[in-house]
Design a protein around this ligand. Structure first.
Ligand SMILES: *Cc1c(COP(=O)(O)O)cnc(C)c1O
Length: 361
């Protein structure tokens, strides 16, 4: 019950134990096509360029930035936690010029500040933001942020690593131009794959580049020939075959459950965990309307004098992992994950029971 990786269902692990076949085997190509279709379902998009990058969520982040940011480009980056800070780092390393819109950790991105930054920087090419900040447990208003970007003729890059599968992610309806996610959070698939989706405006920007993408591996114009090529597909890199079996199975399970049912499950487990934690005198960092059901950031009661010792006891005595605070929140909060298959009554009860026992409530 940490901030990822989440519990991986037996069914997904079994799928990953199937025999390894060739990365250009017709059976594998058919599986790749199913993965793309299932990802379009999960992202709620028709974007043809939708596939998993063969590396963890951080590589999906990097894919979006290296393909869309050219040296000298201005990028407005919203920072309200750890992952927004990493976006700034990505922009700089691409030779871009970041304009940072800061919000306090525990608060969502403020659309008014974003609008001011867009007005003050008419040359800005991209607005980048984190939909679900895993370092704080905050959900930002992606729909409003995308509308603002479009009004100012800006592309959007959205981090949906923790949101995908846990709360609504509507790429086409909101008009997100480039998005990346991860296998290991609410999809409950082992870490190591990063689903991405690029819309028509992002592809046009990629085609209009005057400089080559500095990363060979993440250059979409090259990797596309492996994931898309009609008729024949050509070798780019050897896909992690068994990891793809796992992602395929995890997406099938999401499809079987249905998006709305998955979101409702995260919400109801969150409500039960919240009630139990509040009864134990924990309080939430984030205001109710911005809270992520899949990542519960709580301040502990005064009787917790050594928070690290309690986390250690949970792990050693109960085999229960919860997350520590990050950055400015280190030592001040815990982050309790209810991501994907981890969002179930057994986990909620186990967590509350273990805390009661360790805190002597
Ligand atoms: C976990 C996470 C990432 C990075 O994903 P990795 O799989 O750890 O590389 C990026 N952004 C957010 C919001 C995350 O929660």
């Amino acid at each position: 019950m940490g901030p990822g990786p989440s519990d991986v269902p037996r069914r997904i692990l079994d799928a990953m134990a199937r025999p390894t076949i060739g990365h250009l085997d017709p059976e594998f190509i058919a599986l790749m096509d199913e993965i793309k279709a299932l990802l379009r379902f999960a992202f709620q998009t028709e974007n043809a360029l939708t596939f998993p990058v063969s590396a963890p969520g951080s590589a999906g982040m990097e894919t979006c930035f290296v393909n869309l940011v050219e040296p000298g480009d201005t990028v407005i980056v919203c920072v309200n936690g750890v992952f927004g800070g990493r976006m700034v780092e990505n922009v700089k390393r691409c030779g871009g010029v970041p304009v940072i819109v800061n919000d306090e950790w525990g608060q969502p991105v403020d659309p008014q500040k974003v609008e001011e930054a867009l007005k003050a920087n008419p040359q800005a090419k991209i607005l980048a933001f984190v939909h679900a900040e895993t370092s704080t447990g905050v959900l930002s208003d992606a729909k409003t942020l995308c509308a603002l970007a479009q009004n100012h003729d800006c592309l959007t890059i959205m981090d949906a690593v923790t949101s995908l599968g846990g709360v609504p992610v509507k790429i086409d309806e909101w008009g997100v131009d480039a998005v990346y996610s991860g296998s290991q959070k609410c999809l409950s698939v082992p870490p190591g794959l990063s689903p991405i989706s690029f819309g028509p405006r992002a592809i046009a920007a990629l085609e209009a580049r005057t400089t080559p993408v500095q990363s060979w591996f993440l250059d979409l114009s090259l990797v596309m020939n492996y994931w898309q090529g009609e008729g024949g597909r050509s070798y780019h890199h050897t896909a992690p075959i068994n990891a793809m079996y796992g992602l395929h199975e995890g997406l099938l399970m999401l499809h079987e459950e249905g998006l709305e049912a998955a979101f409702a499950r995260h919400q109801s487990q969150h409500a039960d965990l919240r009630d139990g934690l509040e009864a134990l005198d924990f309080s939430f960092l984030v205001a109710p309307q911005y809270r992520l059901p899949q990542l519960n950031t709580v301040r502990f009661p005064a009787r917790v004098s050594d928070e690290a010792a309690v986390r250690k006891a949970l792990l050693e005595n109960h085999h229960l992992e919860i997350g520590a605070g990050l950055g400015a929140l280190a030592g001040k909060v815990w982050r309790i994950g209810l991501m994907g298959a981890s969002a179930c009554p057994q986990n909620v009860q186990k967590c509350l029971g273990a805390l009661e026992e360790e805190l002597g409530a």
